[in-house]
Design a protein. Sequence first.
Length: 164
Amino acid sequence: MSNDPYYIYLDLDPYLAQWFVHDSGGTQPVELRKLSTERRILEVFLQKLPPGAKPDLKDDSKIEIVIPVSRTKPPKCYNYLPRRAKEELKRCIRSRFVIQLWNDLHYHGYIGRRRDNLIYAWMDAHGIELTETNWNTIAKIYIRQYKNYLQREQYKKKQKNSPK
């Protein structure tokens, strides 16, 4: 029996791919942490390659993830992740990214007009290439989260002050 690992390949936006690889140890192929949501998604949705389907091929633009060894679903047989399960895995990774971004940057309070240096520092600390495209994308994500936060706070304030 061969102990060679099997992989799935995910196509992620550059900033997200760089963050995910850095967060997962800094090297590819990425080995998912035990008890992580991403690993659980793989354990639940991996299946045998359907007839007529083509297996994923290695591509330098994609993130290579090791399929975890499991007694119930050995990677030799269960090494296919359907399109919708891949989309869910991507959504999970992006959600984790947004949560970490918000928790790290919001800790500093309202970062005002000079958020550029703080975001660049955060990108550098999390293994994301310091490009304008990456910065703009991350800044927009933060701004959306901040606007949502303000709306929630206004709603709470309105609920608190409304007569019962």
